[in-house]
Design a protein around this ligand. Structure first.
Ligand code: ISC
Length: 407
């Protein structure tokens, strides 16, 4: 994708214009710490190319768009956890790209409206007890040596008095998560139907970024809630870095990602030790992996699909984890724990893991959160971890209750 360079006067004049131009139900917005993309309608459907796989469909759709005279098309949107199900991708020939500046925090924070959705009823699905039971179920599977790790998840179903102002929530998300990846894309997985739901979130986890033949992946696994005071945070992060259980949970992710990337790369650099990253609400163990692809013809989506589902959202070994998720979880994850991002004609792009997110339509929202379960996991602690992960979306919705306190 050609990068359009903005002069500083453009940036001032536009005041982080892309996020301000977002229109609920119409636009697709994706931002990383360094750039942002806003795609506008009309969107074209991806070409239906029969038996071809999704990344081939994406490449051929982009090629077709250029044959029709569109010089710089992109595909943007979301792919579900179960990649055999329809994706929520759009082909856009009219999108804007901007380099991120620190302007967002200084200008927009004071101008957006606080969301006011009135009274909200919140239902946990599955219930907290059921989730704890699901973790026990996973622990039994470990003792039977069926698998080593599984990520289990739960939802909060919100029903509010007034409709959610998605554009305002998007700005809050971005303002609170400047170092992460903020997105709002149509959530409809069937291109032909009128889309009403929006998938909205702020993921801290980069699945893959590809520019030319260079790739970066930044898997996360092993987490603790932020404590909110320096001393307590120092204690908890020391514990996290030294936790055998969390290091193991993290190592399984790195092992699986290395296996997926090695056949595609001529070189790959994986740090021996994880580091720590912080979001607005959580601490995570993080490993930044850099590599060089064997060929720049391999697209960002090829790489993303080869990695998915990583044990950060599925488990290890992958097949046994998917079976366990199917058997233990009682709801359809849909786009949650899939991937969201964009890909251009040269195959460059960014795909992030679809977590810390919600599907929202009018006054109804479904919030999602999961946690990696390994031998030694304590069910109540995993419940609290998923509770803390809900806070990214609860904060952005302006709801004054902590996820950990919702029964
Ligand atoms: C599945 C989620 O997080 C994953 C990503 C980072 C850390 C995780 C963990 O420590 O369990 C999860 O693997 C989620 O936020 O819903």
């Amino acid at each position: 994708m050609a990068e359009c360079t903005l002069s500083s006067s453009d940036i001032k004049k536009n005041d982080s214009s892309l996020i301000n131009q977002y229109v609920t139900g119409e636009s697709a917005y994706f931002s990383s710490p360094t750039n942002a993309i806003l795609a506008h309608p009309p969107f074209a459907n991806l070409l239906d190319v029969g038996i071809k796989n999704l990344s081939q469909q994406v490449v051929e759709s982009l090629r077709f768009a250029t044959e029709l005279g569109h010089s710089d098309p992109i595909v943007i949107g979301a792919i579900p956890f179960d990649t055999s199900k329809p994706s929520a991708l759009r082909l856009s020939t009219g999108f804007s790209f901007e380099k991120e500046t620190s302007a967002f925090n200084h200008t927009v924070a004071s101008t957006y409206q606080a969301t006011d959705i009135g009274k909200v009823s919140i239902k946990t699905v599955p219930s907290s007890n059921e989730f704890v039971g699901a973790v026990f179920n996973a622990l039994e599977r470990f003792s039977r040596k069926e698998l080593d790790k599984v990520v289990l998840s739960r939802t909060l179903q919100l029903d509010s008095e007034h409709d959610v102002d998605i554009a305002s929530v998007l700005k809050r998300l971005k303002n609170g998560n400047a170092n992460g990846y903020t997105f709002a894309v149509p959530a409809n997985q069937h291109e032909h139907k009128l889309c009403k739901k929006t998938l909205l979130g702020a993921s801290p986890e980069l699945l893959i970024k590809k520019i030319g033949n260079k790739i970066i992946a930044n898997p996360l696994a092993g987490s603790e809630p932020k404590q909110g005071d320096i001393k307590a945070d120092k204690l908890i992060t020391d514990q996290l870095m030294n936790s055998k259980k969390d290091r193991y949970e993290h190592a399984l992710v790195i092992k699986s990602i290395a296996q997926a990337l090695k056949p595609l790369c001529k070189s790959i650099n994986i740090p021996k030790e994880p580091s720590l990253i912080a979001t607005e609400t959580m601490w995570h163990l993080s490993t930044k992996i850099e590599g060089e692809l064997k060929s720049s013809n391999i697209t960002s989506l090829d790489v993303a699909m080869a990695m998915h589902p990583t044990p950060a959202i599925g488990g290890f070994p992958t097949k046994a984890a998917i079976t366990a998720i199917d058997e233990i979880e009682t709801y359809d994850r849909k786009l949650f724990t899939g991937m969201v991002g964009w890909c251009d004609l040269s195959g460059d792009g960014e795909w992030v893991v679809t977590i810390r997110c919600a599907e929202i339509e009018n006054n109804k929202a479904t919030l999602y959160a999961g946690a990696g379960i390994v031998e030694g996991s304590i069910p109540e602690k995993e419940l609290a971890e998923t509770g803390a992960k809900f806070n990214t979306m609860l904060n952005a919705l302006g709801i004054d209750v902590k996820g950990q306190d919702i029964e």
